[in-house]
Design a protein around this ligand. Sequence first.
Ligand code: NCD
Length: 313
Amino acid sequence: MSRGLFTNSDILSISQFDQNTLTRLFKATNRVIQLIKNNKCSNVLKGSAIALLFFEPSTRTHNSFSSAAQRLGAGVIGIQDTSLTSMNKGESFEDTIRMIDGYSDLIVIRHPEAGSAQRAATVADAPVINAGDGGNEHPTQGLLDLFTIHQKFKRLDNLIVVTGPDPLHSRTIRSLLTGLSLFKNNIVYLLSSKDLRLDADFKKEVISRGLKIVEIEDISDIPNNAHIWYWNRFQKERFAQEMDYKNSMSLYRITNQLLALKGNKNMIIMDPLPRIDEIAEEVDIDPRAYYFQQAKNGLYIRMALLALILNRI
Ligand code: NCD
């Protein structure tokens, strides 16, 4: 089993993972859940410093990494408001990373530009975790999504998934598709308007790995036997130009009515959050609404990743 992926490694893309490394990560995650229950995790990363560099807004990813580091006994340094850093005086991204590299054992970075985590990893000696680089990838979200699916269905193959409504701009949908493409017989229905479809190159890549993709535009084409509905808000900050998505917003919203029409009793509803208006609040009390559990799993997956990368679990 490739222990190598974790120890001191950068985690830049979910495509670095395979079935063995995912199994290892999930085992470590379940171990972490036990350690938390037994109140025994506070020494795992004692004496380490984790840097959280967030150049883009975040609630869950930032706080779950911060909580993960602190629960394992590490200290946390970082940036959340660039106006308070020397980048505001004109310091380059690379120099900022070099400085932080000297102060920390591991760097977590979120940045609006695709490829920025790779740029950071090129200059840093410390391992770098990509916490979202523009519209490109969000590997730790993909990992916690796969963990959540596995927790519910005990498998990651032979699944029918429906995603909506902005596959073109959603890095979490891209990372999920890449993750699902590692396993056999998965079918993903991408529900969106034509102008928000996945870009052709990415689509080709996941299809070549064996993922079956069906692009649908109308809710009447949602299959009744899906295991997962995975919705994510319209990523309007990534739209190249103003697009009129207001119409799609009401067309593709998950409501009790849509669930009654197209849902089934064993499915789950996932959303990386923040939820804006893609899922009606009335759905929250439905036992199939899994998004808050999903967000909680982010803490456990990130604890396991930090401990594995720093070789302490
Ligand atoms: C996602 C992101 O940042 O891509 N949020 C998250 O990390 N949970 C989804 C989003 O912003 O819509």
